[in-house]
Ligand binder design. Structure first.
Ligand SMILES: [Zn+2]
Length: 156
C-alpha cells in the first residue's frame, strides 16, 4: 500500500554548485511524516525551480517572519505543485513576495518559480530551501506523508 519512493524523477530545485550543502536529517522538523524531506542550504534570494512538470496549487508569500523555534512554523512562505502520479512537491521558506507563480499556473520542470528566503521555522539551519515530495492519504491539509525522492542526476 504505502509508496516508499517517488514514481516521478525530480530535478534539484536549485542550481547546484560545488559548495551547495544538502541535508536530510539536520533539521529538527524532519521527523514523522516529514522524514523524507531535504534542505538545501542556500542564501536568501536563490532562484527556486520547479523540480518536475506540474500545476501550482498553493502559494503563501505574505510573511516576513522566521525563527528557530517551532512556533514560527505558521509564518513560513511556500509554493506547492501538483504532479502526475498523485505526487506533490513543496518549496518552503520562500522570501516575502518571493513567488513568481500563482495558483493554477502550469509549470515545466526547471522553470523558475520564486526565490528562497528565511521565513517560518528555520530549525537553526539559517536561510535554506526546504523541499519534499509527498502524497495525500486523506482530505485534510495535514493528511500527507513525504516519500523518498528519486533524483535524476543527469538533470543537475
Ligand atoms: Zn526542511
Amino acid at each position: 500500500m504505502k509508496r516508499l519512493k517517488s514514481k516521478n524523477v525530480y530535478r534539484f530545485p536549485i542550481v547546484m554548485n560545488r559548495d551547495t550543502k544538502i541535508t536530510y536529517d539536520a533539521s529538527p522538523a524532519h521527523k514523522g511524516r516529514l522524514k523524507n524531506a531535504v534542505d538545501f542550504i542556500v542564501p536568501e534570494g536563490t532562484c527556486v525551480r520547479a523540480a518536475f512538470d506540474g500545476k501550482i496549487i498553493d502559494v503563501k508569500q505574505d510573511s516576513d517572519i522566521g525563527g528557530n523555534d517551532e512556533s514560527f512554523d505558521k509564518h513560513g512562505n511556500y509554493i506547492e505543485i501538483e504532479h502526475s502520479n498523485e505526487e506533490y512537491s513543496i518549496y518552503e521558506h520562500i522570501r516575502k513576495n518571493g513567488s513568481i507563480v500563482k495558483i493554477g499556473d502550469i509549470v515545466k520542470e526547471g522553470q523558475s518559480i520564486g526565490f528562497s528566503g528565511n521565513t517560518g521555522w528555520m530549525g537553526g539551519l539559517g536561510p535554506h530551501l526546504h523541499f519534499d515530495v509527498h502524497i495525500y492519504f486523506g482530505e485534510g491539509p495535514e493528511d500527507y506523508e513525504t516519500i523518498k525522492i528519486m533524483w535524476e542526476k543527469e538533470k543537475l
